[in-house]
Design a protein around this ligand. Structure first.
Ligand code: SF4
Length: 300
């Protein structure tokens, strides 16, 4: 998910503890690592932060990085990394946002990654205070709406808790960008993964809805299950069929994206208006597999 996206990338490279992940839409944002790694770091399919020991960075470290960044970059957007920086105490998050704003007064929008549990432990007052400070968008990995799959992937959260957390975010006036992953239930649970994910998304109704396609990452527990024959990954066509089952069920207004580097064909539309076009493109790709992205070109 990370590329520097900035011509000054090389000069700023020493600033970050890599790998550094950010959503594609934050390519031009000021990115500050308020934490290193993910405090959960248990999801069976995820290798993003396996090499990092989680820690919350000090205000001195964060301030110093922002001062350095000021020499290279200007942006109206601030993205707070790493994995689930919303787990930081609210007072500290507010201090980070205010410090960033004092150095970059042009910042208008702040965004962050969060797990549902990070949201559920914050009060509505805390979420509303963060919104007042400029937190406009939370990126959250739903991954699946199926409880059995959520348990298998060790998300440490049920679909009902996902829905509750997301409602709190939206009630606080913060937008949500939710990601789910096709293929996460394997061949056996493909249909129920699709239908339950669509059901949960219909209950949440996030402003942005994104789908990735599963890429088994070496040395993760999921990869081990595949090697042992306990999990059957989907074929390219099965990923598309699964996505089709989701899209045909989605009933809310959303900016839909499945144009990530992991997807076999790039799809984007505003739903529900663009649904027929998305379904048509999926059907075309299913009957013309030669247009699908080859495995070696897929990436996370
Ligand atoms: S998927 Fe997200 S919450 Fe799970 S381990 Fe990876 S970064 Fe952490």
């Amino acid at each position: 998910m990370w590329d520097t996206g900035q011509s000054e990338g090389k000069n700023m490279a020493h600033l970050y503890d890599f790998p550094l992940f950010r959503p594609p839409s934050e390519a031009n944002s000021i990115i500050i690592q308020a934490t290193y790694g993910c405090s959960h770091n248990k999801c069976t399919f995820c290798g993003m932060y396996k090499m990092k020991k989680f820690r919350v960075r000090s205000m001195d470290e964060i301030r110093r990085d922002l001062e350095i960044l000021k020499n290279f970059q200007r942006s109206r957007k601030l993205f707070i990394a790493d994995g689930n920086a919303l787990c930081i105490e609210t007072e500290r998050l507010i201090e980070i946002i205010r410090t960033a704003r004092s150095i970059f007064p042009e910042i208008e929008r702040v965004s962050i990654y969060a797990t549902p549990m990070d949201i559920l432990v914050k009060s509505m007052d805390e979420l509303e205070s963060l919104r007042e400070e400029g937190l406009e968008l939370i990126y959250l990995g739903l991954e699946s709406g199926d409880d059995e799959i959520l348990e298998e992937i060790r998300k440490s959260c049920s679909s009902q808790e996902m829905i509750k957390a997301c409602r709190r975010v939206m009630d606080a006036g913060i937008d949500l960008s939710i990601t789910a992953i096709t293929g996460l239930g394997g061949k056996e649970k493909s249909y129920r993964h699709a239908k339950n994910t669509a059901r949960v998304l219909n209950e949440i109704r996030p402003k942005y809805t994104a789908f990735l396609s599963l890429i088994p990452v070496e040395d993760t527990p999921l990869h081990l299950r595949i090697k042992k024959g306990l999990f059957t990954p989907l074929s390219q066509i099965d990923h598309l069929k699964e996505l089709r089952w989701v899209v045909e069920d989605l009933s809310y207004k959303t900016i839909f994206r499945a144009n990530h580097a992991s997807n076999y064909i790039p799809l984007k539309a505003n739903l529900p208006d663009g649904r027929d076009e998305i379904l048509r493109l999926i059907d075309y790709a299913i009957s013309h597999p030669e247009i699908l992205k080859p495995e070696y070109l897929r990436a996370l």
